[in-house]
Design a protein around this ligand. Structure first.
Ligand code: MIG
Length: 697
């Protein structure tokens, strides 16, 4: 059941698609409201858990910190931060009452979840103009279904999650610093020579001509369409980046068209607002305006026409290095310091003056959108910018490529964007704590509709080590978006640079798991379920499970417990029920063990992946050896018809009777998955006999 309460006069965000189902309510249930709705507060019980907020710092349980929805380009994802790149205002409260709450507003929202007072949650809005949706499971819903049911209803409210092409479930290699076709060839050769599976190589800003969107550096890529073909022949998809800022340059058509049509955000005087990002001075397309969205989206065609099938949208908070106006002010103020005898305070002032040029709130409050006929100041709709840039692309792909799925994920986002693309979690670091952070972000993102997501594997900033990459991959093989990415100037971290045989085995496991990963992803997308779930969702009566933050359920059949600590020889794992552990080194080298419910220290060498199968469950596997997703589809079918005695066809835990798995598959390319879908029922009995049957339509 969903109740909608409107406070004030909110700005439309289009986060919600199912308006009809909402019943208006007089006031917000459970919360105490004050200051005309500016403040909502709720007392929390000792063991209550607050889930949600999507891409944020800290735990799965958000209690004990203050989070602010204010999309920020901040490359230091430490515990002390309050905002990352997304605004995902959905909370799920698991207490005396179990309910979800979605606060639909593009402005700043502050979630004090036990920061000021541990037992109190306080939500404060910058402007008391928002739609509040309170979501509850129907009465009579079984306890172990309640949280899932609430998420279901919420996801129904906000519309179906984005579905990428199947090749985007393969492994991708990225790095800021691949400049030329030769650089990319070298990476592909590195992978292919070492027989490490790979499906895509990402192109960062260096492929462009002077960081101009939809252009190519002609010297670095003399015949780009030919190069795209060459890569495709090796089953590699190239995925270029697109930035939000459009370079100011006479004769550059994106700039010229934007100016001619008034498509850029403006300053107070109505002149295009000028900021600086990678290309130097830029204007920002006013993607909140549908006409601008259509125009900007159509520009993706330039690359689509060259054979490109996927993109990532960056810098769309939008990030600002400096604004033209503020920089001028700073230079003027610097004059004052010239002849001064700088005491310590004026020294700090001076440092701040030049050190704090980027992403300033004052700059965000100094430009305007033309939104539904009204002039709206940017800071009031700040959290909608990345969403609408990605929406521009998504809407364009539907027009330009109606039959084909196009890969799209974005850095900045708002709920609603989940219909047009996934996200990656931005500039993390090569830190052990960031494997854990990424694990905690995934279920929170899934709740909010962002299913196709992942973090930079190996870490973006700082130097990666071989063991960090290995352990990170051991979690990354489960994330729908599985991409190794790193920053310019950091240590190279392509998998083949380290122990390539072991890397190939771990990444190879991802490809063996693909039938399951894709099946569970698609089921989650089509039904509004979560692909990654905290244990609490399935074991709500088990307090230990409810408070487990370092293990996750992946789809219906498995639990994972990745090692996130350096030099660990294994880890403690809590089993809410009896499960079967597969300890994987490679397809030909693994062992299994049945573990009872309770606590275990589970040894795990550096190259060992732990997969726990729940009782009565099956995970279909592809045959080992695939080096790209095209090969997986073939081998999966082959594996079904030729059960090999030495290789497992499934991971399973069947002690009595017969277990059943509904294996969803489709062609992975067309948008019309309904027409293409192929459902097979896999059955396995205690003796290990496996049968596969096509499900009736
Ligand atoms: O200011 O394009 O998060 O993935 O490599 C940095 C360069 C801009 C930030 C992205 C990162 C990307 C980088 N970009």
């Amino acid at each position: 059941m969903i109740r909608k309460i409107r406070i004030g006069n909110p700005i439309e965000t289009y986060a919600v698609t199912e308006k009809a189902e909402c019943r208006p309510a007089e006031e917000i249930p459970y919360f105490e409201t004050s200051q005309q709705g500016k403040k909502l507060s709720l007392m929390l019980g000792q063991k209550d858990i607050v889930y949600g907020l999507g891409e944020q710092v800290r735990g799965i349980n958000k209690r004990g910190w203050v989070y602010v929805s204010n999309n920020s380009d901040d490359p230091n994802h430490t515990e002390g931060k309050n905002s990352l790149y997304g605004a995902h205002n959905f909370l799920l409260i698991d207490g005396a009452h179990r309910f979800g709450i979605f606060l639909d507003t593009p402005g700043k929202v502050c979630f004090d979840i036990g920061y000021t007072e541990y037992d109190r949650m306080e939500i404060t809005f910058e402007d008391a103009d928002y739609d509040c949706y309170v979501i509850e499971a129907d009465e009579g819903t079984a306890a172990e279904r309640i949280l899932t049911e609430i998420v279901h209803e919420f996801r129904h409210l906000i519309g179906r999650s984005y579905i990428p092409p199947k090749w985007a479930f393969g492994f991708g290699q990225s790095r800021w610093g691949y400049k030329t076709a030769a650089d990319i060839r070298e990476v592909v050769t590195g992978y292919r020579k070492n027989r490490i599976p790979l499906d895509s190589v990402y192109m960062d800003i260096d492929y462009m001509d002077h960081f101009k969107d939809f252009t190519l550096d002609k010297e670095a890529f003399p015949d780009f369409p030919e190069f795209v073909k060459e890569m495709k022949a090796q089953h590699i998809h190239l995925v270029p980046i697109i930035d939000a800022g459009v370079k100011i340059e006479k004769g550059y058509p994106v700039y010229e068209e934007g100016i001619a049509n008034g498509y850029f955000c403006t300053d107070e005087d109505g002149k295009p607002f000028t900021a600086a990002v990678w290309p130097g001075k830029v204007h920002f397309p006013d993607v909140l305006n549908p006409e601008v969205r259509q125009w900007f989206g159509n520009w993706y065609r330039v690359l689509l026409n060259m054979g490109i099938e996927g993109f990532w949208n960056d810098m769309n908070e939008p990030a600002i290095f400096y604004s033209e106006r503020h920089l001028k002010e700073v230079f003027e103020q610097l004059e004052d310091y010239k002849d001064k005898n700088l005491d310590i305070w004026s020294f700090f002032e001076l440092k701040d003056l030049v050190g704090r040029l980027d992403n300033r709130p004052e700059d965000y409050a100094s430009f305007y959108h033309n939104y539904e006929g009204k002039k709206i100041r940017h800071d009031k709709v700040h959290n909608l910018y990345g969403y609408n840039m990605t929406r521009a692309a998504g809407e364009a792909f539907e027009r330009l490529e109606p039959d084909k799925r196009i890969l799209m994920f974005s850095r900045s986002s708002y709920i609603g964007m989940h219909r047009y693309g996934g996200i990656w979690t931005g500039d993390n670091q090569s830190w052990w704590s960031h494997i854990a952070l990424s694990m905690k972000q995934m279920p929170a993102l899934n709740m909010c509709g962002f299913l196709y997501s992942g973090s930079d594997i190996g870490g973006f900033g700082s130097d990666c080590t071989p063991d960090l990459l290995m352990r990170w991959l051991e979690f990354g093989i489960f994330t729908p978006l599985m991409r190794n990415h790193s920053a310019l100037g950091t240590r190279s971290q392509e998998a083949y640079r380290f122990d390539s045989r072991k890397m190939a085995d771990i990444i190879g496991l991802r490809y063996m798991l693909l039938p399951y990963i894709y099946s569970e992803f698609m089921k989650a997308a089509l039904s509004g379920d979560m692909y990654f779930r905290p244990l609490a969702f399935d074991y709500p009566q088990d307090d230990r499970a409810r408070h487990t933050e370092d293990q996750l359920l992946v789809g219906e059949s498995m639990m994972i417990a990745p090692v996130c600590e350096q030099n660990a020889i294994g880890r403690n794992v809590y089993l809410p029920e009896r499960m079967k552990l597969y300890r994987f080194r490679s397809a030909a080298d693994f062992d299994t063990e049945v573990l009872e419910a309770g606590d275990h220290f589970v040894p795990a060498d550096l190259n060992e992946v732990l997969i726990f199968i729940r009782p009565g469950h099956i995970v279909p596997l592809a045959a080992p050896g695939a080096e790209n997703t095209d090969e997986v589809s073939l081998s999966a079918v082959a594996a079904i018809s030729a059960v090999s005695a030495t290789q497992p066809l499934t991971l399973s835990f069947v002690e009595t009777g017969t277990a059943e798995y509904r294996w969803y598959d489709d062609d992975g390319y067309t948008r019309n998955y309904e027409m293409q879908k192929h459902i097979r029922i896999i059955r396995e009995d205690a003796a290990g006999t496996v049968t596969v049957e096509n499900a009736k339509a």
